[in-house]
Design a binder for this molecule. Structure first.
Ligand code: PLP
Length: 469
């Protein structure tokens, strides 16, 4: 492409992104498409001959970009939404455009320094030691959890982990189980501890499990607590767990992928007490820090743990090793070639200031509380788990109805299905205490209480249809 062709192509891309940001609230958040429909549109042999670049672009804008759920839509409530921001999206375009290798110092000292600087911001935010502590940006929370557990295993067990036991609650995120499997632990080495009535790690059951394992000559080595469970937003009793881990010499990992950034709000800060006591902490800026995918992060109490776990010295990298102070992030994690994730984090914090992030997160926490009050005022709805870190679970259960638990489950499942089929909101179910419930995760600063009320009204319209049917 010529200079002018590249420019005009690029302008069209930017125009499309800007249009998306300014019109997404008016679009429908949900799409659907069967395999057959998608194949009809896209399936072809790799073309041997060139095509007109604008034609390809227009086809992509019309047919590809329109066929994904809009995860930053105000009525996208499910899973963990992705309310991205424009500055970071542009930062990602820059990193791809300049194709910056963010693996080693010498290839890009500025990228490495920027990761050091932003990591220091994060270490400070979470009360981790700034000099001794360290961290790394990863593709997401799953990779951060995996990176944490490899490190924990190396530091605590060395090469022999045959007797090592790992503890997590029944509300821990599935990525932790995946990571444990990747690391080669057997099922017998995992203890899934039941949670209490508030979906928190049950401390007595945990202590009993550890004591039993010790008696059997096993090696309790790692515990995974959650700061903001995916289901209910619950924060485990972090300070109490920290004490147990210290006493038992167990690695304390906290998965704060979903909820960690709540620490920026006053309410969240109270709940997060003890987070600074972790040996390692997963946080996920592409969740509640409004970054586009992919950016997760792992923080550790001592940066030397990462280096000790991941450093390899192949002959083809010897010329770019550099000196001690020049950090090669490929020595701090799994990836060698890595994209420049720190840039979007840096540019968005510089542009908006941490204060704006604090405001947005505080707004989300209050919005979830307002949603809870709204539901509690209605005789149609039952709150199953209260608003916690912007997550709330509820079900349609009008006072005085004669429906059995099974019928209520079916009704709530159908409400969710009808809402999703209408494409007007993304609101799916989860299961709590064996009940099917609707789950809202309200981490989008663009969502208003009116959006929520409209969605509840939509649910009620479907519920009434079904009750009357
Ligand atoms: N941990 C928790 C608590 C999560 O909620 C999630 C995702 O929802 C993850 C880990 C996985 O993060 P990612 O999807 O970024 O890999």
């Amino acid at each position: 492409l010529s200079h002018d062709e590249m420019k005009s192509y690029g302008y069209e891309v930017v125009d499309a992104i800007v249009d998306h940001f300014s019109t997404q609230n008016q679009k429908l958040p949900v799409v659907s498409g069967t395999r057959g429909e998608m194949e009809k549109l896209f399936l072809e042999e790799a073309p041997e001959n060139a095509s007109d670049p604008k034609k390809v672009l227009n086809f992509v804008l019309d047919e590809v970009m329109t066929k994904s759920n809009i995860v930053s839509h105000p009525k996208s409530y499910s899973f963990v939404p992705g309310p991205s921001n424009y500055i970071s999206a542009m930062a990602d375009s820059l990193t791809a455009g300049f194709n910056i290798f963010s693996g080693g110092w010498q290839a890009s000292p500025a990228a490495a320094e920027m990761e050091i600087v932003t990591m220091n911001w994060l270490l400070k935010m979470f009360g981790f030691p700034q000099k001794k502590g360290g961290g790394i940006f990863t593709s997401g929370g799953s990779m951060a959890n995996l990176t944490a557990l490899v490190t924990a295993r190396t530091v605590k067990c060395g090469d022999d982990f045959s007797k090592a036991i790992i503890y997590l609650s029944d509300q821990a995120h599935s990525s932790n189980i995946k990571a444990i499997r990747v690391l080669g632990f057997s099922k017998e080495q995992i203890r899934i501890i039941p949670t209490d009535g508030e979906f928190k790690f049950s401390l007595n059951k945990l202590k009993n499990a550890i004591a039993k394992d010790r008696l059997e000559g096993l090696q309790p080595f790692c515990l995974i607590a959650t700061a903001g469970t995916t289901n209910t937003g619950t924060v485990d009793p972090l300070s109490d767990i920290a004490k147990i881990c210290k006493k038992e010499d167990i690695w304390f990992h906290i998965d704060g992928a979903y909820g960690g950034f709540a620490i920026l709000s006053e309410d969240g800060k109270q709940l997060m007490k003890g987070i600074e006591k972790a040996d390692s902490l997963t946080i996920d800026p592409h969740k509640w820090f409004f970054q586009p995918y992919e950016i997760g992060c792992l923080l550790v109490k001592k940066h030397k743990w990462l280096k000790g776990t991941f450093t390899e010295k192949p002959e083809y990298l010897r010329d770019i090793e550099g000196n001690e102070s020049e950090i090669n992030f490929y020595d701090h994690g799994i990836e060698l070639t890595r994209r420049f994730r720190a840039l979007k984090f840096y540019m968005s914090v510089k542009t908006f200031g941490l204060g704006e992030f604090r405001k947005a997160i505080t707004y989300n926490v209050k919005l979830a509380e307002a949603t809870e009050s709204f539901l509690r005022k209605s005789s149609n709805w039952e709150v199953i788990s209260p608003a916690t870190l912007a997550v709330i679970n509820f079900r349609y259960n009008p006072i005085g109805n004669k429906l059995s638990e099974k019928q209520l489950d079916a009704l709530n499942q159908r409400i969710s299905q009808n809402v999703v089929d209408s494409k007007k909101a993304l609101l799916v179910t989860t299961v709590l205490n064996r009940q099917i419930v609707l789950r809202m995760c309200l981490i989008n600063p663009r969502t208003t209480l009116d959006d929520v009320k409209e969605t509840i009204a939509l649910c009620e319209s479907f519920a009434n249809e079904k009750v009357l049917a």
